[in-house]
Design a protein around this ligand. Structure first.
Ligand SMILES: [Zn+2]
Length: 171
């Protein structure tokens, strides 16, 4: 009983600002969609301020590393002048293995994501890279914040691709 209580006490409560910051990440995702990219956005927040923004730009840059989270981390580390950016990462989609690894490298303290990615997610879906005790750094995770909005944006994007693809085949 005591053990269960102490575990409960150490778990972080949901933070009221999470939705606010996730909306910032969704703005980035919307920009990505407008550029013809799979709509994924991310923002990194340190001490109540956005220090890095990123959106998926894989097609635009033809860069396999140009994921939203990586771009946000790069911007944040330039701005803060340190690789150890810490803070909280807000991502509209469950991070892939590369981005989950980058969160560890950057010593990000907390990850909040919206939609899950059953095909490539490395937090809960395909693998659980950030499972407590697996690495020497722990990232606290909160999943499902504004998941519906993020999921709908992704679904609309892929539906648009299929419609355009079908039209292309007809013409
Ligand atoms: Zn990624």
């Amino acid at each position: 009983m005591a053990g269960r209580l102490s575990r409960r006490r150490t778990r972080r409560p949901p933070e009221p600002e999470d939705e606010r910051w996730m909306r910032e990440a969704l703005k980035q995702a919307r920009r990505a969609a407008a550029e013809g990219e799979v709509p994924v956005g991310a923002v990194l927040v340190v001490e109540g301020k956005v220090v890095g923004r990123g959106r998926n730009r894989r097609e635009t840059r033809q860069d396999p590393l140009a994921h939203a989270e990586i771009e946000a981390l790069r911007q944040a580390s330039r701005k803060l002048g340190t690789w150890r950016v810490a803070g909280t990462m807000y991502s509209t989609l469950e991070p892939c293995p590369m981005c989950a690894g980058a969160l560890l490298q950057a010593r990000v303290e907390r990850l909040v994501y919206a939609a899950r990615d059953p095909k490539a997610g490395a937090i809960r879906s395909v693998v659980r890279l950030l499972k407590r005790g697996r690495f020497n750094h722990t990232v606290a995770v909160r999943a499902g914040v504004l998941a519906e909005e993020a999921g709908e944006m992704l679904a609309a994007f892929f539906k648009g691709l299929r419609v355009r693809g079908a039209r292309g085949r007809e013409g």
